[in-house]
Every structure is written in C-alpha cells, then in structure tokens.
Write a protein that binds this ligand. Structure first.
Ligand SMILES: Cc1cc2nc3c(=O)[nH]c(=O)nc-3n(C[C@H](O)[C@H](O)[C@H](O)COP(=O)(O)OP(=O)(O)OC[C@H]3O[C@@H](n4cnc5c(N)ncnc54)[C@H](O)[C@@H]3O)c2cc1C
Length: 583
C-alpha cells in the first residue's frame, strides 16, 4: 500500500464521515456528555479526587474515547477498502432516525392477565412497574431470568411486553421431533451465566449438543485451523441449542421462580418519558400509586392499554421500536449477503463445529446431537433465493460440494515446514496442533425447511438515556459467522442486571442516567471490539486475490500453530477475555 493510496483512503474516509453525517458527539464518549449527568463528567470527578487518581480517571476516559474513535474509523476504513477493492459486498446504510409510526394493532394472541387486562383501561387505573422489558426474545427473557435470581432484584415487579405466542406457555419439546432450523451456539461464558441463574438445567433437559472440536478452513486449500477444548483445559468449546429450547428454558426459569412478572401479549406502540427523579425503589417498588403516575415512562401498548415503568428495557431486536422512539441513531451497513439456514441429517454422529470460508461467504455445519447438524450458509441474495427453491437433492449436492471438494482442494495436513518454522512454540504446543485436517460428514437428508435471513451490522450510538436502556440486537447486530450475536446480548443482560442490583443496594432510582451509563460504558467497549473483529474477519475472508489469499493462509497457520495466539482466540470466542491482542 503506497503513501498515495493511504492518503486517498484517509481523504475518502473523512468524506465518508461527512457524507454519513455522523454527529461529532459520536466521536466523543457520550457517557460524559449527558445533560444533567455528573457521571463521567471529568471536571466534576477530578475536583473530588486526589491528583494521581484524577489523572487515572482522565487517562481511562481518554483511552475509552480513543477506542471508540478507533473502532468507528476501523468500520469506515474497512468499508471503504472493500469498496475500493471492488468487493461490492458492503452497502453502507443511511444513518437516520425514522419518524415514529403507529404500530398496527395486533390481535391478542394470549389472554391478558386479569389484573392488568382491559378492565384496568376501563377503570383508568394504570399499572406501575419497576421495569418494563419490551421484547421477550432470548435476550429480554435472559434479563428477566438474571433479575429473578438475585436477592436485590427478585422482589422487583416486572412487565414483559411481546406478542410472540411462545411466551404464553411452556413448550413440551419432544426429543424425537426433528430439530428446528433456528439454533444458537452458546459460549462457555454465557452457559456459566445461565447456570448461575438456574436456566441452563432446562436446556440440558432438552436437545442440545456440546462440541469440543472446531475446524476452520478456506476454499483455497492453503490453510486450516483446528481448535480443541483441551487446548484450554476445558471440556467443551460451546454448545449448540435450538432457539426454542433456549427460549423455553429461560421462560421456565422465570415461571419456576417467585419473581413477579406480568406478560403483556401485545406490542409497544408509543412511549413518553418523564425525566423527573423517582424516590428509591425500596420505597415505591411494586405499588400502583396514582400519585406516581406522570413519573417514569408511560408505555402505550397496541391493545390500547398503558403501563408505567421506572425503567424501560428495549430488548426488541434489530428493528427496535424503543430505539426508534428514543431517537437513538445507529451506525452500520447491510452486508449484501443472506444466510440460508436449515437442519440436515448426515452419515455419522458429529461433535465438531465445522466452518469453511468460500468466495461467496462462510458455510458452517454445527452439531445438534446425533446425526443432526445445522447449516448456516452465507451467500448473495440471488444465490440464497435460488437455493431456497431448488429441490432437496440439488440443495444437498450443493451443500456437500461446499463442505468438501468444491471451489478448491482440501488443505494439506503434512505441514512440516510450517511446524518447523513455528518450532519456537513447540514446547508450549496445544493438543490440536498435531490434529490433521478432517472432511466433514456427508449430508444425506434435509430435516427442516430452509429459512433465509438478510445480514447486517448495526450499532446504536447510545445504549442508555434517562429511564431507557437497550440490550441485545436492539443495541447491536452482528454477522452470524462466529455465532456471537445472542452471546453479546446475554452479556448485556447479565451486566445490566448487576447494575440494577447495585443501584437498589445504594438506594438509587433504577432509571437514573448515571446508573444506566455505567452499563453502557462497560458493554459498549466489549461489543464494539467484537463487532470490529467479526466485520474485519468477514471482509478478510471475502477477498479472492492471490497475494491476499497467501496472507490469509499465513493467518490460518498462525492461528493453528502459535499456541499462545490459539489459546487467546479460544478464550475470546468463549466470551472469557476482553482483548485477545493484549493476552
Ligand atoms: C442466521 C443467523 C444465525 C445466528 N446464529 C447465532 C449463533 O449461533 N449464536 C449467537 O450467539 N447468535 C446467533 N445469531 C444472532 C442471534 O439470533 C440474535 O443476536 C438474537 O436472536 C437476538 O436476540 P434479541 O432477544 O436481542 O432479539 P430478537 O430475537 O429479535 O427478539 C426481539 C423480540 O422483541 C419482540 N418485539 C419486537 N418489536 C416489539 C414491539 N414493538 N413491542 C414488543 N415486542 C417487540 C419480538 O417479537 C421478539 O420476540 C444468529 C442470527 C442469524 C440471523
């Protein structure tokens, strides 16, 4: 890359920033820019701290701002380089706030609980909750579960708003039924959160598959990497579970606790946030006080009812209505790629997660117990539409071609040259370093429908404002290539539940901006880091250009043979460490 090209990249990046109209404040840490907030206010904090401490606070804040600036530029430069290289696989999305449109009324799919049903509307008595969780998907339900499991939060009165019929009753999932096409790879860190909250035991009662080996390779045949749980002295690298099994487990966990939860089988239509402070949660929690009306946030639901809440949690997914109503902008782009997913049956049992990078995008074969596996295959929208409609026989042929001999040769396992070159690390070699490349099991039958999802990267500029906080896909959406999306969301839910508990212990209003910004600060850094890595990886694996292919092969070799790097990658992907580069 010569100096002229670099200058061009920088110029273009700056013009991209202007064209995208990213507000200046995005390049500052918003956590120190909130009107009326004293948290993170450098001048306020430094005046009360001794000199050495104040210096530390300022340094950390500067580092935090630099990290955000760096990540923002990384996103933009990567996006720019891809378009320069003519890859045409990234479409920058407009950053805008859509005007709020009234959500259409939906038929009630479940009966409203008596005490908060339409009678309440008629009586003009508006129920008041401590927390309203908008969106009872995996992340919203995980938050409810974490809150239900802690002494300081389990007495809270919580409303969950979601029209998804799955929230109505516990599913009886029969193990002998064919698995669903929608699955998630759950990391060891998420499993540990869910175990502590008492939800994981319900997952284990249903179909799930722990895997202890992972093999990653690309179509050029130049490199591969194998990871073994024993490389990091663990029993497994992750667990694949159907989304309905995970959701059911979280719901059962909440239902089996004595946590006060009311499920509203409807949608959020609009919201008014009153910014005045409420007294401590301990004094007013769980009471319907007419005098408290007008305080907190008022949520209008699409069945015509309303509720009040001291804290509103937007867990309503990538197209978050809460985010839109709060005017929170996003940065990101649509990948011009779709993922086609389905469940397949194959010749032998599988306990390995396989992922092969093809010129059009990665294909993954994830174990689902026994001879079932899940396919997550990224490709162009035109290809995905075609592959959704071709016959089963044609589709299986395409899958086997993509996972085995298609597009290029198998990587060679006799890489003695590489091993010698990297003998520096021989003493410390991981178990998987000596494992040979293997061919994935042959797929023989389609065991579910094929579903198609468009892929995008999106990040909310702010996760927290007065009385409102975003978690999960409402705050960030990532490419599914490393199976991290819901794990980031579980991390958000876990950390938010801890912050709420801390607030209650200190007698703070749980909707206070100072408290919520603590959550934002912690999670934003972790999420942006993961997003930048996944996006960079997606781009690097999409380039089909001779010298670059060799560079990528070298990266595969490094990731396979350099043991400290390999352990760092496993730990980071497991959700156990924050910054692999510094390990
Ligand atoms: C193909 C594919 C494969 C993936 N694989 C993995 C994987 O292996 N591992 C992993 O970690 N992640 C994976 N992900 C990402 C993961 O699925 C998402 O990150 C996760 O589902 C997000 O959960 P959520 O609860 O935040 O949002 P959602 O699952 O979108 O749930 C949002 C909920 O909000 C409700 N809602 C929406 N609007 C309203 C409203 N106005 N009022 C009330 N309720 C509302 C919806 O009904 C829904 O129930 C994958 C994603 C895709 C597309």
């Amino acid at each position: 890359m010569n100096a002229c090209f670099l200058t061009l990249v920088i110029k273009k990046t700056v013009s991209n920033v202007c064209a995208l109209k990213i507000p200046r404040k995005y390049f500052c840490n918003e956590s120190v820019k909130v009107a009326g907030s004293t948290v993170g206010d450098v001048s306020n904090e430094t005046s009360t701290l001794p000199d050495s401490e104040s210096l530390l606070v300022v340094s950390f804040q500067a580092l935090d701002r630099l990290t955000e600036l760096y990540m923002s530029l990384t996103f933009l430069i990567i996006g720019h380089l891809s378009s320069q290289a003519g890859l045409n696989n990234t479409e920058l999305a407009t950053i805008s706030v859509a005007n709020h449109k009234e959500t259409p009324m939906l038929d009630n799919l479940l009966l409203l609980p008596q005490e908060h049903g339409k009678n309440q509307v008629i009586n003009k008595t508006i129920p008041q909750y401590d927390i309203a969780i908008v969106g009872g998907g995996l992340v919203g339900m995980a938050l409810a579960c974490f809150l239900a499991s802690m002494p300081m939060t389990k007495q809270l009165n919580v409303a969950i708003i979601d029209s998804n019929p799955a929230l109505g009753s516990s599913l009886h999932i029969k193990k002998k039924n064919p698995p669903d096409p929608r699955v998630s790879t759950v990391t060891p860190a998420s499993i540990s959160f869910l175990q502590d909250a008492g939800a994981w035991k319900y997952v284990e009662q249903n179909r799930h598959a722990y895997f202890n080996i992972m093999q990653v390779w690309d179509y050029t045949g130049l490199g591969y990497a194998r990871y073994n749980a024993r490389d990091v002295n663990k029993d497994f690298l992750g667990c694949v579970a159907e989304n309905k099994v995970l959701h059911n487990a979280l719901l059962s966990c909440v239902k089996d606790s004595d946590f006060k939860t009311t499920i509203y089988p409807t949608k959020l239509s609009s919201m008014t946030v009153n910014s005045s402070s409420l007294s401590t949660v301990k004094e007013t929690a769980s009471k319907e006080l007419p005098s408290a009306q007008g305080h907190g946030a008022k949520l209008q639901l699409s069945d015509g009812s309303s509720i009040y809440a001291k804290l509103v949690v937007g867990a309503d997914g990538g197209k978050s209505h809460v985010r839109e109503l709060m005017g929170i902008k996003t940065i990101g782009w649509n990948y011009s790629q779709n993922a086609i997913i389905c469940t397949v049956e194959h010749t032998s049992e599988n306990a390995c997660a396989w992922q092969r990078f093809l010129p059009t995008g990665p294909i993954a074969l994830l174990p689902m117990s026994g001879k079932f596996s899940n396919i997550v295959w990224t490709m162009s929208p035109a290809e995905s539409n075609n592959r959704k409609s071709i016959t089963e026989e044609e589709f299986l042929e395409d899958v086997n071609y993509a996972l085995d001999y298609g597009y290029g040769p198998h990587p060679s396992s006799s890489l003695s040259g590489t091993r010698d070159m990297l003998s520096l690390f021989k003493m410390d070699a991981t178990i998987s370093t000596s494992e040979f490349f293997e061919i994935p099991p042959k797929v023989t039958r389609l065991a579910s429908e094929r579903m198609v999802f468009p892929l995008s990267l999106r990040h909310a500029n702010s996760y927290a404002s007065k009385r409102v906080v975003l978690i999960g896909d409402a705050a960030h959406t990532v490419h599914p290539l490393a199976g991290q999306g819901v794990n980031l969301g579980f991390g958000d839910a876990y950390y938010l539940s801890r912050i709420i508990s801390e607030g209650i212990t200190l007698g703070t209003d749980i909707g206070e901006i100072n408290l919520l910004k603590k959550y934002e600060k912690e999670r934003k850094a972790a999420n942006i880091m993961m997003m930048a890595i996944l996006d960079g990886f997606q781009k690097a694996c999409s380039i089909d250009f001779g010298p670059f292919n060799l560079l990528r092969a070298a990266a595969f070799h490094g990731a396979n043979y350099i043991s400290p790097l390999k352990r760092s990658i496993i730990s980071y992907a497991s959700g156990e460490h924050k910054l692999p580069i510094f390990l």
